[in-house]
Design a binder for this molecule. Structure first.
Ligand code: IPE
Ligand code: MG
Length: 230
């Protein structure tokens, strides 16, 4: 979800306003996904690297989490959305953690769409934490296989994403889902995140539908994860 700051700057507004509008774009997009029968939506809300932003922007984003959860979770729960947070929670404040816990608890019995919010998340962090937890569980070198490690990844409950969308015009992954996007179709748009909605989502889905997926083979069947070590 990139481009909030630029969207606000273009309007001579503070970046925080762009982030607020970004929350509305997210709610819009979640609803659009529900209507379209999408089962899993994962969004990059705050990266491990976003702490490097000015302190006032970081604290503004943290406050926005509290506001967004208070304002939108009940409604999303009614629509059948389950919210799950992925990322390193140890570094976020007690308040933010409590807010995320509340969002997860209030929606835990829903299954129409699983909205995973990556918060204080990094793709490299994810791979490292998976290895650490696997080792802590007693797995040895020969047990560390693709299939085994997948069970320790933060998104172990979700299939690998079919489609990866980045807004805001940059052509990079920026440490989002590195492990899980091995065979995802990548879609980049200049649309700034606060402007994202149904039309942009449909354009991305239409582009996805035109892609030919071969997963490194000759047919459209994704490869099974390796269960044998090297
Ligand atoms: C993305 O928008 C929002 C977050 C990372 C929280 P940006 O804040 O990166 O907006 P730009 O890239 O400066 O326009
Ligand atoms: Mg940005």
């Amino acid at each position: 979800m990139d481009g909030n700051g630029r969207w606000a700057n273009k309007r001579f507004m503070p970046r925080a306003f762009g982030h607020e509008q970004g929350v509305d774009a997210l709610v819009r997009t979640v609803k659009a996904c529900v209507v379209r029968g999408i089962d899993y939506l994962t969004v990059f809300a705050f990266s491990s690297e976003n702490w490097r932003r000015p302190a006032d922007e970081v604290s503004g984003l943290m406050s926005l989490v509290l506001v967004a959860v208070a304002r939108h979770v009940e409604r999303l729960a009614q629509e059948g959305v389950r919210i799950r947070i992925v990322g390193d929670r140890s570094a976020v404040s007690e308040k933010v953690r409590a807010s995320w816990d509340k969002a997860e608890a209030a929606t835990q019995h829903n299954s129409k769409l699983v909205l995973s919010v990556a918060f204080n998340y990094g793709g490299r962090w994810d791979i490292v934490q998976a290895c650490q937890r696997a080792v802590a569980d007693g797995l040895g070198a020969a047990d560390i296989t693709e299939a085994a490690l997948s069970r320790y990844m933060a998104l172990n409950y979700a299939p690998d994403p079919d489609l990866f969308i980045r807004t805001g015009g940059e052509l990079r992954i920026s440490n989002f889902l590195l492990w899980q996007t091995a065979y995802s179709e990548l879609y980049f748009t200049d649309c700034l995140w606060p402007e994202f909605g149904e039309a942009e989502l449909d354009a991305a889905i239409a582009a996805f539908a035109r892609r030919e997926r071969r997963f490194g083979g000759v047919d459209a069947a994704p490869p099974a994860l390796a269960t044998q070590g090297a």
